[in-house]
Design a protein around this ligand. Structure first.
Ligand code: 7TS
Length: 410
């Protein structure tokens, strides 16, 4: 704890999150479901209220004071997101979520694919980076291929090399698995993708919130993430795309604001990024995401990454000591701050319910990765996932809770 205290003052950080004072079943909330969604600091909540109370107006249209203020705040949020991942302003599109960002890509890139073209994903993808490609493949007669995982929950190197070939048009991979916690070496895989002249998409829903991510360093063509998993509100997601690629792509949604000029016969689309932001956007949510980024920057993404590394190392050590617990995924040094597990012969839902009775929130189920669960040979698992406000003391409570599960079911 000493080293963490030097990096970040966790007690001070916890005071910024009103929900962490909530009692659950009379016990202090231990929130370990951050991979599903994170809690919001007061600053984010206040910035949303501030918009609605003081300058609520639609953006990019009304020449009045409130309209101009709202537009400026929304565009400032875009700028903050661009800087956060080292992209340029035109390359950042606001969407509803990672799911929408990936659907946008499947639709827009999919338009240009022909029967027989190949798309490569992996066995560890979340459904939102799985179902859009699967359905596109079915509709257009494409071949969908899967990079396999090994017994440690890592992508198999030979499977990467076998699957990505000169027939591949798109490779779309998760940066960090939301079940195994595996951190994939997307920088290296991206080089193989580009050697084969394919496009490289990174699902960064579980990485951008937890570690420094630089799109130039990764050299990915597209990257998707969600505001609500990084202290921001729901209803706001991000799609990064290289400018020259976005310029050539069809819009996903048509309507107001994504146009420059409309006649009875034709439409000229707007400049980037607005070409991909049709209709009235989630303005408050966009502004809230900007505030979340200010908050994360103040703490420092490197510090957050380091703090979570310490938490996961500690959690792995503690859970490994319990012989009834089976853990999925790699060793601590190859994973981010989440851990999926089962207590032997106990359904994950029962585990989660007993933990809930102790005030401990974890997720149980297939975690929107049913194909992965089938590869692991399980139907469900419980998952604890950490963020900047979690502590080793909370992991101790998780361990106590798991020991209670074992006692109840023996
Ligand atoms: N990709 C990954 C790797 C994810 O973990 C998730 C959400 C998504 C995409 C989709 O994000 P959304 O914001 O569009 O829903 N993962 C989870 C989870 O693990 N538990 O709840 C949501």
């Amino acid at each position: 704890m000493l080293q963490t205290k030097q990096l970040m003052d966790i007690e001070k950080i916890r005071k910024d999150f009103p929900i962490l004072n909530v009692k659950v079943h009379g016990k202090p909330l231990v929130y370990l479901d951050n991979a599903a969604t994170t809690q919001k600091p007061e600053a984010v909540i206040n910035s949303i209220t501030d918009y609605y109370e003081n300058y609520n107006a639609n953006i990019h249209r009304s020449i009045h004071k409130l309209g101009e203020e709202a537009t400026a705040a929304y565009e400032e949020a875009h700028r903050k997101v661009s800087d956060f991942v080292n992209a340029s302003f035109e390359e950042i599109i606001f969407t509803k979520s990672t799911t929408e960002s990936l659907n946008l890509l499947a639709y827009s890139l999919g338009n240009k694919l022909k029967s027989g073209d190949e798309i490569v994903i992996s066995q560890m993808e979340h459904h939102s980076n799985f179902v859009p490609w699967q359905q596109l493949a079915i509709k257009k007669g494409l071949k969908l291929k899967f990079i396999e995982i090994d017994e440690n929950g890592l992508l198999k190197e030979d499977s990467i090399n076998e699957n990505i070939t000169n027939k591949t048009k798109i490779v779309s991979l998760t940066h960090i698995s939301n079940v195994l916690g595996t951190i994939n070496n997307v920088e290296e895989i991206g080089k193989i993708v580009h050697e084969n002249n394919a496009l490289f998409i990174v699902d960064a829903a579980q990485s951008v919130p937890h570690m420094p991510v630089d799109v130039k360093k990764l050299d990915c063509d597209f990257l998707a993430f969600s505001g609500h998993k990084m202290l921001g509100p729901t209803g706001i997601g991000v799609l990064y795309g290289k400018k020259d690629l976005l310029e050539k792509m069809d819009p996903f949604l048509y309507g107001g604001e994504m146009i420059k000029e409309v006649t009875f016969e034709h439409t000229k689309f707007n400049d980037l990024p607005w070409k991909f932001e049709a209709g009235t956007m989630n303005i408050a949510q966009g502004i809230g995401l900007g505030t979340a980024i200010d908050y994360l920057n103040k703490i420092g993404m490197g510090n957050i990454e380091q703090h979570e590394k310490e938490l996961i190392k500690y959690a792995m050590e503690k859970l490994n000591e319990i012989k009834e617990v089976e853990i999925y995924g790699p060793e601590a040094d190859k994973r981010s701050g989440l851990i999926a597990f089962n207590v032997k012969d106990v359904h994950a839902h029962d585990t989660s319910q007993i933990l809930d009775s102790e005030g401990i929130a974890v997720r149980a189920g297939h975690h929107c990765a049913m194909p992965l669960a089938s590869v692991l040979g399980i139907v469900a698992s419980a998952r604890a996932s950490f963020y900047l406000y979690n502590t080793k003391e909370e992991i101790d409570k998780l361990v106590e809770g798991i020991n209670k599960v074992i006692k109840v079911f023996k």
